[in-house]
Design a protein around this ligand. Structure first.
Ligand code: AMP
Length: 453
Protein backbone atom coordinates (compact mmCIF):
# COMPACT_ATOMS: atom_id res chain seq x y z
CA UNK A 1 0.00 0.00 0.00
CA UNK A 2 1.29 3.46 -0.89
CA UNK A 3 1.68 6.14 1.79
CA UNK A 4 -1.10 8.17 0.17
CA UNK A 5 -3.57 5.26 0.49
CA UNK A 6 -2.86 4.80 4.19
CA UNK A 7 -3.76 8.44 4.77
CA UNK A 8 -7.04 7.96 2.97
CA UNK A 9 -7.90 4.80 4.90
CA UNK A 10 -7.54 6.49 8.29
CA UNK A 11 -9.44 9.78 8.29
CA UNK A 12 -8.46 12.02 11.16
CA UNK A 13 -11.15 12.42 13.81
CA UNK A 14 -12.70 15.89 13.58
CA UNK A 15 -13.21 16.31 17.30
CA UNK A 16 -9.92 15.02 18.65
CA UNK A 17 -7.95 18.15 19.47
CA UNK A 18 -5.18 16.43 21.38
CA UNK A 19 -4.17 12.91 22.20
CA UNK A 20 -5.11 13.29 25.88
CA UNK A 21 -8.61 14.66 25.64
CA UNK A 22 -11.89 13.07 26.65
CA UNK A 23 -14.71 13.37 24.09
CA UNK A 24 -16.49 16.74 24.00
CA UNK A 25 -19.17 17.03 26.69
CA UNK A 26 -17.77 14.04 28.62
CA UNK A 27 -15.44 14.23 31.59
CA UNK A 28 -13.36 12.12 33.92
CA UNK A 29 -14.48 11.91 37.51
CA UNK A 30 -11.66 11.45 39.96
CA UNK A 31 -10.76 12.05 43.59
CA UNK A 32 -13.29 14.13 45.52
CA UNK A 33 -15.52 14.60 42.46
CA UNK A 34 -15.81 10.83 42.10
CA UNK A 35 -16.52 10.43 45.82
CA UNK A 36 -19.23 13.12 45.64
CA UNK A 37 -21.09 11.12 42.97
CA UNK A 38 -20.55 7.88 44.86
CA UNK A 39 -21.76 9.52 48.09
CA UNK A 40 -24.82 10.96 46.35
CA UNK A 41 -25.81 7.62 44.79
CA UNK A 42 -25.29 5.88 48.13
CA UNK A 43 -27.58 8.32 49.93
CA UNK A 44 -30.21 8.32 47.16
CA UNK A 45 -30.24 4.50 47.05
CA UNK A 46 -30.61 4.34 50.82
CA UNK A 47 -33.67 6.62 50.75
CA UNK A 48 -35.16 4.60 47.85
CA UNK A 49 -34.56 1.31 49.70
CA UNK A 50 -36.37 2.64 52.77
CA UNK A 51 -39.32 3.50 50.53
CA UNK A 52 -39.45 -0.10 49.30
CA UNK A 53 -37.61 0.23 45.96
CA UNK A 54 -35.13 -2.36 44.74
CA UNK A 55 -32.18 -1.81 42.40
CA UNK A 56 -31.95 -2.68 38.73
CA UNK A 57 -29.07 -2.17 36.32
CA UNK A 58 -29.89 -2.20 32.63
CA UNK A 59 -27.29 -2.21 29.84
CA UNK A 60 -25.82 1.10 28.72
CA UNK A 61 -26.70 -0.01 25.17
CA UNK A 62 -30.21 -0.99 24.06
CA UNK A 63 -31.65 -1.82 20.65
CA UNK A 64 -32.24 1.56 19.03
CA UNK A 65 -35.86 0.58 18.50
CA UNK A 66 -36.47 0.62 22.26
CA UNK A 67 -35.93 4.39 22.21
CA UNK A 68 -37.55 4.99 18.82
CA UNK A 69 -40.73 3.23 19.92
CA UNK A 70 -40.59 4.17 23.58
CA UNK A 71 -39.31 7.73 23.71
CA UNK A 72 -40.61 8.64 20.24
CA UNK A 73 -38.94 9.11 16.87
CA UNK A 74 -39.94 12.76 16.66
CA UNK A 75 -38.43 13.71 20.02
CA UNK A 76 -35.21 15.71 20.06
CA UNK A 77 -33.67 13.08 22.32
CA UNK A 78 -34.10 10.43 19.61
CA UNK A 79 -34.08 12.40 16.36
CA UNK A 80 -31.11 14.65 17.17
CA UNK A 81 -29.29 13.49 20.29
CA UNK A 82 -29.12 9.71 20.15
CA UNK A 83 -25.67 8.07 20.02
CA UNK A 84 -26.46 5.16 17.75
CA UNK A 85 -24.19 2.54 16.25
CA UNK A 86 -24.31 -0.53 14.09
CA UNK A 87 -22.51 -3.59 15.42
CA UNK A 88 -20.31 -5.79 13.24
CA UNK A 89 -23.21 -8.25 13.01
CA UNK A 90 -25.55 -5.48 11.85
CA UNK A 91 -27.59 -4.80 15.02
CA UNK A 92 -28.69 -1.19 15.51
CA UNK A 93 -27.90 -0.22 19.09
CA UNK A 94 -27.97 3.10 20.94
CA UNK A 95 -26.42 4.44 24.13
CA UNK A 96 -29.30 5.04 26.54
CA UNK A 97 -30.40 8.71 26.52
CA UNK A 98 -32.78 8.02 29.43
CA UNK A 99 -33.63 5.11 31.72
CA UNK A 100 -37.39 4.61 31.51
CA UNK A 101 -37.70 2.85 28.14
CA UNK A 102 -34.90 0.39 29.00
CA UNK A 103 -36.41 -0.38 32.41
CA UNK A 104 -39.82 -1.02 30.85
CA UNK A 105 -38.11 -3.26 28.29
CA UNK A 106 -36.56 -5.20 31.19
CA UNK A 107 -39.94 -5.40 33.01
CA UNK A 108 -41.57 -6.93 29.91
CA UNK A 109 -38.62 -9.17 29.04
CA UNK A 110 -38.48 -10.72 32.52
CA UNK A 111 -42.25 -11.12 32.89
CA UNK A 112 -42.35 -8.83 35.92
CA UNK A 113 -46.14 -8.60 35.38
CA UNK A 114 -46.35 -11.87 37.32
CA UNK A 115 -44.71 -10.30 40.40
CA UNK A 116 -46.83 -8.52 43.02
CA UNK A 117 -47.66 -5.12 41.49
CA UNK A 118 -46.45 -2.46 41.40
CA UNK A 119 -42.78 -3.25 40.83
CA UNK A 120 -40.70 -0.47 42.38
CA UNK A 121 -37.24 -0.04 40.91
CA UNK A 122 -34.36 2.40 41.06
CA UNK A 123 -31.30 2.70 38.86
CA UNK A 124 -28.38 5.07 38.52
CA UNK A 125 -25.59 5.70 36.09
CA UNK A 126 -24.66 7.55 32.92
CA UNK A 127 -26.94 8.67 30.12
CA UNK A 128 -25.81 9.96 26.74
CA UNK A 129 -27.24 12.75 24.62
CA UNK A 130 -25.45 14.37 21.70
CA UNK A 131 -26.40 17.81 22.88
CA UNK A 132 -24.62 21.18 22.83
CA UNK A 133 -22.38 21.10 25.92
CA UNK A 134 -22.59 24.08 28.28
CA UNK A 135 -22.73 24.69 32.02
CA UNK A 136 -24.91 21.98 33.59
CA UNK A 137 -25.34 20.23 30.26
CA UNK A 138 -23.09 17.36 29.28
CA UNK A 139 -23.13 14.69 26.61
CA UNK A 140 -22.49 12.09 29.26
CA UNK A 141 -24.36 12.89 32.45
CA UNK A 142 -25.53 10.87 35.43
CA UNK A 143 -29.03 10.43 36.73
CA UNK A 144 -30.72 8.69 39.62
CA UNK A 145 -33.87 7.13 38.30
CA UNK A 146 -36.96 5.73 40.01
CA UNK A 147 -39.87 3.85 38.44
CA UNK A 148 -43.10 2.36 39.85
CA UNK A 149 -44.44 -0.06 37.24
CA UNK A 150 -47.82 -1.77 37.11
CA UNK A 151 -50.23 0.52 38.97
CA UNK A 152 -52.30 3.48 37.86
CA UNK A 153 -53.08 4.55 41.43
CA UNK A 154 -52.43 8.21 42.10
CA UNK A 155 -50.62 7.46 45.35
CA UNK A 156 -47.70 6.20 43.26
CA UNK A 157 -47.38 9.60 41.58
CA UNK A 158 -47.24 11.12 45.07
CA UNK A 159 -44.67 8.55 46.28
CA UNK A 160 -42.30 9.32 43.40
CA UNK A 161 -42.54 13.06 44.03
CA UNK A 162 -42.06 12.58 47.77
CA UNK A 163 -39.07 10.33 47.14
CA UNK A 164 -37.49 12.92 44.82
CA UNK A 165 -37.79 15.58 47.52
CA UNK A 166 -36.66 13.21 50.29
CA UNK A 167 -33.47 12.42 48.35
CA UNK A 168 -32.75 16.11 47.81
CA UNK A 169 -33.42 16.84 51.50
CA UNK A 170 -31.15 13.90 52.40
CA UNK A 171 -28.24 15.61 50.65
CA UNK A 172 -29.10 18.99 52.11
CA UNK A 173 -31.00 20.58 49.22
CA UNK A 174 -34.32 21.96 50.41
CA UNK A 175 -34.56 25.27 48.59
CA UNK A 176 -36.41 23.84 45.65
CA UNK A 177 -39.72 24.24 43.85
CA UNK A 178 -42.00 21.67 42.28
CA UNK A 179 -43.94 22.30 39.07
CA UNK A 180 -46.78 20.02 38.15
CA UNK A 181 -49.26 19.47 35.33
CA UNK A 182 -51.58 16.82 33.96
CA UNK A 183 -51.59 16.23 30.22
CA UNK A 184 -54.50 13.75 30.20
CA UNK A 185 -54.82 10.37 28.53
CA UNK A 186 -55.88 8.90 25.19
CA UNK A 187 -59.50 9.84 25.84
CA UNK A 188 -59.13 13.51 26.65
CA UNK A 189 -55.83 14.51 25.11
CA UNK A 190 -57.14 14.56 21.49
CA UNK A 191 -59.63 17.33 22.42
CA UNK A 192 -56.91 19.34 24.05
CA UNK A 193 -54.56 18.73 21.16
CA UNK A 194 -57.20 20.03 18.75
CA UNK A 195 -57.59 23.25 20.76
CA UNK A 196 -53.84 23.68 20.92
CA UNK A 197 -53.57 23.27 17.14
CA UNK A 198 -56.32 25.83 16.59
CA UNK A 199 -54.56 28.29 18.88
CA UNK A 200 -51.13 27.83 17.30
CA UNK A 201 -52.53 27.91 13.76
CA UNK A 202 -53.60 31.49 14.48
CA UNK A 203 -50.15 32.33 15.84
CA UNK A 204 -47.86 30.44 13.46
CA UNK A 205 -46.40 33.68 12.10
CA UNK A 206 -45.10 34.60 15.58
CA UNK A 207 -43.25 31.40 16.55
CA UNK A 208 -39.75 30.08 15.80
CA UNK A 209 -39.01 27.80 12.84
CA UNK A 210 -38.65 24.78 15.15
CA UNK A 211 -42.18 25.41 16.41
CA UNK A 212 -43.50 25.56 12.86
CA UNK A 213 -42.00 22.09 12.46
CA UNK A 214 -43.41 20.92 15.82
CA UNK A 215 -46.81 22.17 14.74
CA UNK A 216 -46.68 19.65 11.89
CA UNK A 217 -45.06 16.70 13.70
CA UNK A 218 -46.11 16.87 17.36
CA UNK A 219 -48.10 19.92 18.49
CA UNK A 220 -47.94 18.98 22.20
CA UNK A 221 -44.26 19.70 22.03
CA UNK A 222 -44.93 23.31 21.05
CA UNK A 223 -45.29 23.90 24.81
CA UNK A 224 -41.80 22.50 25.30
CA UNK A 225 -40.20 25.26 23.24
CA UNK A 226 -37.46 27.13 25.08
CA UNK A 227 -36.93 29.84 22.49
CA UNK A 228 -37.49 33.36 23.95
CA UNK A 229 -39.61 34.51 21.00
CA UNK A 230 -42.17 31.74 21.68
CA UNK A 231 -42.63 32.27 25.42
CA UNK A 232 -45.48 34.76 25.17
CA UNK A 233 -47.48 32.60 22.76
CA UNK A 234 -46.80 29.60 24.97
CA UNK A 235 -48.10 31.35 28.08
CA UNK A 236 -51.35 32.25 26.31
CA UNK A 237 -51.93 28.69 25.06
CA UNK A 238 -54.95 26.69 26.27
CA UNK A 239 -54.20 24.63 29.37
CA UNK A 240 -54.54 20.87 29.37
CA UNK A 241 -56.14 20.69 32.84
CA UNK A 242 -59.30 22.39 31.52
CA UNK A 243 -59.70 19.55 29.00
CA UNK A 244 -59.16 16.57 31.32
CA UNK A 245 -61.77 13.80 31.27
CA UNK A 246 -63.44 12.80 34.54
CA UNK A 247 -60.97 9.97 35.30
CA UNK A 248 -57.91 12.11 34.61
CA UNK A 249 -59.36 14.99 36.60
CA UNK A 250 -59.99 12.68 39.57
CA UNK A 251 -56.52 11.20 39.28
CA UNK A 252 -54.88 14.63 39.25
CA UNK A 253 -57.05 15.85 42.14
CA UNK A 254 -55.97 12.83 44.19
CA UNK A 255 -52.30 13.48 43.42
CA UNK A 256 -52.71 17.06 44.65
CA UNK A 257 -54.51 15.86 47.79
CA UNK A 258 -51.67 13.47 48.61
CA UNK A 259 -49.11 16.23 48.10
CA UNK A 260 -51.08 18.54 50.36
CA UNK A 261 -51.39 15.84 53.01
CA UNK A 262 -47.61 15.45 52.85
CA UNK A 263 -47.14 19.21 53.17
CA UNK A 264 -45.44 19.43 49.77
CA UNK A 265 -45.70 22.80 48.09
CA UNK A 266 -46.26 22.81 44.34
CA UNK A 267 -47.27 25.12 41.56
CA UNK A 268 -49.22 24.12 38.51
CA UNK A 269 -47.51 24.99 35.25
CA UNK A 270 -49.77 24.44 32.29
CA UNK A 271 -46.89 24.75 29.83
CA UNK A 272 -45.18 21.73 31.38
CA UNK A 273 -45.51 18.76 29.01
CA UNK A 274 -41.98 17.25 29.16
CA UNK A 275 -40.12 16.36 26.00
CA UNK A 276 -40.84 12.67 25.61
CA UNK A 277 -43.75 10.94 23.88
CA UNK A 278 -44.61 8.43 26.55
CA UNK A 279 -46.02 10.72 29.23
CA UNK A 280 -49.69 10.61 30.27
CA UNK A 281 -51.54 12.38 33.07
CA UNK A 282 -49.13 13.65 35.76
CA UNK A 283 -45.90 15.36 34.68
CA UNK A 284 -43.58 17.22 37.04
CA UNK A 285 -40.26 19.00 37.24
CA UNK A 286 -38.15 20.12 40.15
CA UNK A 287 -36.12 23.32 40.17
CA UNK A 288 -33.76 25.05 42.48
CA UNK A 289 -35.30 28.25 43.83
CA UNK A 290 -32.16 30.32 44.21
CA UNK A 291 -29.57 29.22 41.69
CA UNK A 292 -26.07 29.41 43.16
CA UNK A 293 -24.85 28.89 39.64
CA UNK A 294 -25.00 31.91 37.38
CA UNK A 295 -28.77 32.20 36.86
CA UNK A 296 -29.71 31.00 33.39
CA UNK A 297 -31.81 33.39 31.39
CA UNK A 298 -35.42 32.80 30.45
CA UNK A 299 -35.41 30.77 27.29
CA UNK A 300 -32.27 28.90 28.25
CA UNK A 301 -32.77 25.30 27.13
CA UNK A 302 -31.63 24.11 30.55
CA UNK A 303 -34.51 25.64 32.36
CA UNK A 304 -37.80 24.85 30.64
CA UNK A 305 -38.07 28.57 29.92
CA UNK A 306 -38.64 29.36 33.59
CA UNK A 307 -35.28 30.93 34.35
CA UNK A 308 -34.63 28.16 36.88
CA UNK A 309 -32.39 25.14 36.70
CA UNK A 310 -34.22 21.82 36.15
CA UNK A 311 -32.83 19.34 38.66
CA UNK A 312 -35.00 16.55 37.36
CA UNK A 313 -38.41 15.59 36.24
CA UNK A 314 -40.76 12.77 35.60
CA UNK A 315 -44.31 11.67 35.25
CA UNK A 316 -46.75 8.93 34.41
CA UNK A 317 -46.38 6.80 31.30
CA UNK A 318 -49.33 4.44 31.06
CA UNK A 319 -48.91 3.45 27.39
CA UNK A 320 -45.15 2.91 27.13
CA UNK A 321 -45.44 -0.87 27.58
CA UNK A 322 -47.77 -1.13 24.59
CA UNK A 323 -45.56 1.14 22.49
CA UNK A 324 -42.72 -1.32 23.16
CA UNK A 325 -44.86 -4.23 21.96
CA UNK A 326 -46.32 -5.40 25.29
CA UNK A 327 -49.75 -7.01 24.97
CA UNK A 328 -51.41 -4.82 27.58
CA UNK A 329 -50.77 -1.44 29.15
CA UNK A 330 -48.54 -1.27 32.23
CA UNK A 331 -49.51 1.99 33.96
CA UNK A 332 -46.38 3.41 35.52
CA UNK A 333 -44.80 6.53 36.93
CA UNK A 334 -41.21 7.60 37.57
CA UNK A 335 -38.55 10.29 37.50
CA UNK A 336 -34.96 10.99 36.59
CA UNK A 337 -32.82 13.39 38.60
CA UNK A 338 -29.84 15.19 37.07
CA UNK A 339 -27.08 14.31 39.49
CA UNK A 340 -24.34 16.41 37.80
CA UNK A 341 -26.46 19.53 38.27
CA UNK A 342 -27.43 18.65 41.83
CA UNK A 343 -23.83 18.01 42.86
CA UNK A 344 -22.81 21.37 41.36
CA UNK A 345 -25.07 22.99 43.95
CA UNK A 346 -23.83 21.03 46.95
CA UNK A 347 -20.93 21.09 49.32
CA UNK A 348 -19.01 18.07 48.05
CA UNK A 349 -17.51 17.34 51.47
CA UNK A 350 -21.04 16.53 52.73
CA UNK A 351 -21.28 13.71 50.19
CA UNK A 352 -18.42 11.52 51.35
CA UNK A 353 -19.26 7.85 50.65
CA UNK A 354 -19.63 5.54 53.63
CA UNK A 355 -16.55 3.47 52.82
CA UNK A 356 -14.24 6.47 52.46
CA UNK A 357 -12.69 7.24 55.82
CA UNK A 358 -10.21 9.97 56.53
CA UNK A 359 -6.90 8.31 57.44
CA UNK A 360 -6.42 8.33 61.21
CA UNK A 361 -2.70 7.52 61.11
CA UNK A 362 0.26 7.82 58.78
CA UNK A 363 2.50 4.78 58.54
CA UNK A 364 6.30 5.27 58.28
CA UNK A 365 8.85 2.51 57.76
CA UNK A 366 12.65 2.70 58.10
CA UNK A 367 15.07 0.09 56.72
CA UNK A 368 14.73 -3.07 54.64
CA UNK A 369 13.32 -5.33 57.35
CA UNK A 370 10.68 -2.73 58.20
CA UNK A 371 9.71 -2.29 54.57
CA UNK A 372 9.27 -6.07 54.32
CA UNK A 373 6.99 -6.09 57.34
CA UNK A 374 5.07 -2.92 56.48
CA UNK A 375 2.30 -4.51 54.44
CA UNK A 376 1.52 -6.86 57.35
CA UNK A 377 1.13 -3.85 59.66
CA UNK A 378 -1.19 -2.09 57.19
CA UNK A 379 -3.18 -5.32 56.89
CA UNK A 380 -3.55 -5.58 60.69
CA UNK A 381 -4.97 -2.03 60.67
CA UNK A 382 -7.26 -2.68 57.68
CA UNK A 383 -8.70 -5.77 59.35
CA UNK A 384 -9.45 -3.61 62.38
CA UNK A 385 -11.03 -0.93 60.11
CA UNK A 386 -8.39 1.68 60.87
CA UNK A 387 -7.78 3.73 57.69
CA UNK A 388 -4.09 4.43 57.18
CA UNK A 389 -2.12 6.67 54.82
CA UNK A 390 1.50 6.08 53.82
CA UNK A 391 4.22 6.83 51.30
CA UNK A 392 5.67 3.36 51.44
CA UNK A 393 7.84 3.72 48.33
CA UNK A 394 9.89 6.39 50.12
CA UNK A 395 12.86 5.48 52.37
CA UNK A 396 13.91 8.53 54.39
CA UNK A 397 12.25 9.46 57.68
CA UNK A 398 12.20 13.18 56.89
CA UNK A 399 10.40 12.82 53.53
CA UNK A 400 7.80 10.47 55.06
CA UNK A 401 7.24 12.83 58.00
CA UNK A 402 6.91 15.75 55.59
CA UNK A 403 4.12 13.94 53.70
CA UNK A 404 2.35 13.15 56.99
CA UNK A 405 2.55 16.83 57.94
CA UNK A 406 1.26 17.92 54.54
CA UNK A 407 -1.71 15.59 54.91
CA UNK A 408 -2.39 17.01 58.34
CA UNK A 409 -2.68 13.59 59.96
CA UNK A 410 -2.45 13.84 63.76
CA UNK A 411 -0.53 10.58 64.47
CA UNK A 412 2.19 8.59 62.75
CA UNK A 413 3.18 4.97 63.27
CA UNK A 414 6.91 4.39 62.89
CA UNK A 415 8.33 0.94 62.20
CA UNK A 416 12.16 0.74 62.43
CA UNK A 417 14.66 -2.18 62.66
CA UNK A 418 14.30 -2.45 66.41
CA UNK A 419 10.49 -2.42 66.32
CA UNK A 420 10.55 -5.22 63.75
CA UNK A 421 12.45 -7.41 66.22
CA UNK A 422 10.29 -6.39 69.21
CA UNK A 423 6.98 -6.71 67.36
CA UNK A 424 6.16 -3.13 68.26
CA UNK A 425 5.73 0.24 66.55
CA UNK A 426 6.28 3.79 67.74
CA UNK A 427 3.16 5.93 67.77
CA UNK A 428 4.01 9.61 67.49
CA UNK A 429 1.73 12.54 68.23
CA UNK A 430 2.50 14.99 65.44
CA UNK A 431 1.40 18.01 67.42
CA UNK A 432 3.32 17.68 70.71
CA UNK A 433 5.90 15.22 69.25
CA UNK A 434 5.50 12.76 72.15
CA UNK A 435 6.15 9.11 71.28
CA UNK A 436 5.06 5.78 72.72
CA UNK A 437 6.07 2.22 71.94
CA UNK A 438 3.03 0.00 71.35
CA UNK A 439 2.87 -3.78 70.84
CA UNK A 440 1.63 -4.68 67.35
CA UNK A 441 -1.06 -6.89 68.86
CA UNK A 442 -2.39 -3.88 70.78
CA UNK A 443 -2.02 -1.33 67.98
CA UNK A 444 -5.60 -1.25 66.58
CA UNK A 445 -7.08 -0.78 70.06
CA UNK A 446 -4.52 1.89 70.91
CA UNK A 447 -5.25 3.87 67.68
CA UNK A 448 -8.99 3.60 68.20
CA UNK A 449 -8.48 4.94 71.75
CA UNK A 450 -6.54 7.92 70.36
CA UNK A 451 -9.33 8.78 67.93
CA UNK A 452 -11.82 8.96 70.81
CA UNK A 453 -9.70 11.40 72.81
P1 AMP B 1 -35.18 14.84 31.24
O1 AMP B 1 -35.88 13.53 31.39
O2 AMP B 1 -34.71 15.12 29.86
O3 AMP B 1 -35.96 15.98 31.83
O4 AMP B 1 -33.86 14.68 32.14
C1 AMP B 1 -33.97 14.49 33.52
C2 AMP B 1 -32.99 15.38 34.22
O5 AMP B 1 -31.66 15.02 33.82
C3 AMP B 1 -33.08 16.86 33.87
O6 AMP B 1 -34.03 17.54 34.66
C4 AMP B 1 -31.69 17.35 34.16
O7 AMP B 1 -31.52 17.61 35.53
C5 AMP B 1 -30.83 16.16 33.78
N1 AMP B 1 -30.29 16.34 32.42
C6 AMP B 1 -30.93 16.17 31.24
N2 AMP B 1 -30.08 16.39 30.22
C7 AMP B 1 -28.88 16.71 30.76
C8 AMP B 1 -27.59 17.02 30.22
N3 AMP B 1 -27.38 17.06 28.90
N4 AMP B 1 -26.57 17.28 31.09
C9 AMP B 1 -26.78 17.23 32.44
N5 AMP B 1 -27.96 16.92 32.99
C10 AMP B 1 -29.01 16.68 32.17
Amino acid sequence: MKKKDIKKAEPKSKTLEGPYQSPKGMRDLEGNDYFAFQGFFEKAAEVALYYGFTPIETPVLEYEEVFERGVGQETEVVSKELYSLRTKSGDRLALRPEYTAGIMRAYLEHGMQSLPQPVMLYAFGSLYRHDKPQKGRYREFRTFDVEILGSEKSINDAITIKLFLAILAGVGLTDISLSLNSIGDKDCRPNYRRELINYYRKNLGKVCTDCVERFKTNPMRLLDCKSPECQEIKTGAPDSISYLCEQCKRHFKEVLEYLEALGIEYSIDHTLVRGLDYYTRTVFEVFQKQANLAPPSVGDPLTSGTGKLALGGGGRYDYLAKALGGNKPVPSVGFGMGVDRIIDLLDKSALVPRVIKKPKVFFIQLGTAAKLKSLSVIEILREAHVPVAHSISKDSLSSQLATAEKMNIPHTIILGQREVIDNTVIVRDMQNRSQKSVLLTELPQYIKGLAKK
